[in-house]
Design a protein around this ligand. Structure first.
Ligand SMILES: Nc1ncnc2c1ncn2[C@@H]1O[C@H](COP(=O)(O)OP(=O)(O)OP(=O)(O)O)[C@@H](O)[C@H]1O
Ligand SMILES: [Mg+2]
Length: 259
């Protein structure tokens, strides 16, 4: 079976991947990017996906987002859910104001104008950009643009958030602040998050569970629950200890492939 469906598999699963395989291309140029990945994300769970460059992290996220089709296996999203997607680049419309950018998904959902305005203002307050609605993206810093992208994703009102290195291009201080904000929003809205990162410290700071993918083809080779109480600090010894453990496994994996 090779499909993405929206039928609930279980009330305790928000996103379920079962034996997911992805092959790009055909014949001698075919690339096996993912091989038999099975993973359940519980409602309200924060899962971080780490792995070497090219191991299939973005591929996996794009498949869950429905941007591409699996070659084998199945992906199930509980309920009639369209996940929200955030990338490393905020991908805002440069000619639109911040307000108008955040309003796009609300327009697509055909919300009446007055409701849209109210909602945009509330979302911008949520990401601490209440006073910036009339600016355009080029007038904002990188961290502020990423917050606008987060507000726009939240405007979808979806319980599932897929994030592909959303803070990868930010300086450490800005990233710390956005970690705090994302954690607060995630916990308030009880979102299920699948978050891709190269940064194992970031994974240990944010995740309920860290999943490590092997070098290509991506397979799950390690998974660990992170039970450090929240809120966490990225420079705490507990976070460092988890990060060291994951880094060691990642290093062994990358070494095994001579990359
Ligand atoms: N559209 C595509 N066509 C062909 N091959 C692709 C395509 N997209 C990805 N690949 C290949 O699939 C593999 C996995 O790519 P993917 O982008 O998922 O890796 P990644 O883990 O996200 O890497 P990074 O950490 O560098 O972002 C890579 O070998 C890549 O070259
Ligand atoms: Mg990627």
């Amino acid at each position: 079976m090779t499909s993405t469906t929206t039928t609930p598999r279980s009330a305790t699963t928000a996103v379920a991947l079962s034996g997911v395989t992805k092959v790009y291309g055909r014949g001698s140029s075919a690339v096996l990017a993912l091989d038999g990945v099975s993973l359940d994300v519980a409602p309200g769970e924060f899962v971080c996906l780490v792995g070497a460059s090219g191991c299939g992290k973005s591929t996996l996220l794009n498949l869950v987002a429905g941007l591409d089709r699996v070659s084998g296996g199945q992906i199930t999203l509980a309920g009639d859910v369209n996940p929200g997607l955030m990338f490393q680049e905020p991908a805002l419309f440069p000619w639109l104001t911040v307000d108008a950018n955040v309003e796009v998904p609300l327009k697509l959902r055909r919300l009446p104008r007055a409701q849209r305005r109210e909602r945009v203002a509330e979302l911008l307050r949520t990401v601490h950009l209440g006073d910036f609605g009339r600016k355009r993206p080029h007038e904002l810093s990188g961290g502020m643009r990423q917050r606008v992208a987060l507000a726009r994703t939240l405007a979808l009102d979806t319980p599932v958030l897929l994030m592909d290195e959303p803070f990868g291009a930010l300086d450490a201080m800005t990233r710390d602040i956005l970690h705090d904000e994302l954690e607060r929003i995630w916990s308030e809205r009880q979102l299920s998050v699948l978050f891709v990162t190269h940064n194992v410290r970031e994974a240990a700071r944010l995740a309920d569970r860290i999943i490590l993918l092997s070098s290509r083809p991506g397979r799950i080779i390690y998974s660990t629950e992170v039970t450090i109480p929240r809120p966490r600090r990225i420079d705490s010894p507990e976070v460092a200890a988890i990060a060291a453990e994951v880094t060691e496994r990642l290093r062994t994996e990358v070494g095994r492939h001579g990359q």
